[in-house]
Ligand binder design. Structure first.
Ligand code: ACO
Length: 309
């Protein structure tokens, strides 16, 4: 048997903030945001809607899709930089909300790469025979750590959650290869200060356009495959120009790349699982496809994975 994903789900809060709305808040334009980032709208959670609520809705959705019950889950991993509080973990809150009474639970901090770190961690527990079914969630309420007076950052981010159930799958499917990386020297390029996100956009951009394509290509090679074998690419949805760099390196067409940054902005750890869930449900990813996931984020961190759907 191999380890893979048997169910996916996602959740986005109702309220939508457009570029036109942002024009009224900071010195920016719809045109600047669209051409520099590809973002048109983003979803923003209500004051009382917390990261753990969004994580729960996405998790419930993924569990239903997998056909498992909450009691079947052995471990819950939540990737987030916007936990409701520093403790308890969001994972413990989700465990309680779901009634996943047999599961242990913890959060993972790897910023936007967090979901990939979570799935890789889950794989180790399953491959090692410790656990059978693991719920991995990426959930963020970035709106609560966004400085709404800083045009350099406030146009970029959105709220949401995505989830996947990781379990045993047949030998011809599942996770074929992965790569995780970190470079603490880049910590100040993207960090939280005084409660808000602070970013050196140009530094992060340079890092991301180099690292994402490299890492995407590396996992394809590690899987013993070639670029031409890739059926679908899910890059972290931060900026269309960074995503395009990864797509061009793999030499695949635009239709083969997940694209939701226009609707949701950058939802950090939630962006890859939201895309995965949407694209499985809308039929863009089908049985037997070779899917590459690749992300980067604060830390600095990066992670990628090749999996056979
Ligand atoms: N509206 C209008 N002008 C703006 C805005 C805005 N919202 N934001 C910045 N500008 C200005 C800048 O002040 C600058 O003006 P100046 O030349 O007078 O100094 C000018 O636009 C150009 O700035 P650049 O930094 O050169 O713009 P660039 O083309 O690099 O785009 C961007 C900026 C979109 C932030 C880009 O650098 C980027 O995407 N970086 C990576 C960001 C990222 O992915 N962050 C998160 C990753 S990890 C995570 O998800 C947490």
């Amino acid at each position: 048997m191999a380890t893979g994903i048997i169910g996916v789900g996602h959740y986005l809060p109702e309220s939508i903030l457009t570029n036109k709305d942002l024009e009224k808040m900071v010195d920016t334009t719809d045109e600047w945001i669209r051409t520099r980032t590809g973002i048109e709208t983003r979803h923003i959670a209500k004051k009382e809607e917390e990261t753990s609520d969004m994580a729960y809705y996405a998790a419930k959705n993924a569990l239903d899709h997998s056909g498992l019950e909450a009691e079947d889950i052995d471990l819950i991993l939540v990737a987030t930089v916007t936990a409701d509080q520093s403790f308890p973990s969001v994972a413990c809150q989700v465990q309680e909300k779901l009634g996943a009474t047999h599961a242990t639970a913890m959060d993972i901090g790897a910023a936007c790469s967090g979901f990939i770190y979570g799935v890789v961690t889950a794989k180790q527990f399953i491959d090692g025979g410790t656990y059978r079914n693991i719920l991995v969630i990426g959930a963020e309420k970035l709106s609560k750590i966004t400085d709404w007076s800083d045009r350099n950052t406030c146009v970029l981010f959105g709220d949401g959650a995505g989830a996947a159930v990781v379990s045993e799958v047949s030998e011809d499917k599942g996770i074929l290869s992965f790569e995780l990386g970190a470079d603490g020297k880049g910590a100040t390029s993207l960090h939280q200060d005084g409660g808000n996100i602070r970013m050196n956009g140009r530094e992060v951009f340079k890092f991301a356009v180099r690292q994402m394509p490299e890492s995407a290509e590396a996992v394809v090679k590690k899987a013993g495959l070639v670029k031409e074998d890739v059926d679908y690419l899910i890059p972290h949805q931060a900026n269309i120009r960074i995503m395009e760099a990864a797509r061009e390196r793999l030499g695949i067409s635009k239709e083969k790349m997940s694209y939701s940054v226009n609707k949701y902005g950058n939802t950090s750890a939630a962006s890859i699982p939201i895309s995965l869930s949407e694209d499985v449900r809308n039929g863009k990813i089908t049985n037997g496809d070779l899917v590459v996931l690749v992300g980067f984020g604060g830390g600095l961190t990066w992670g990628s994975m090749a999996l056979r759907w």
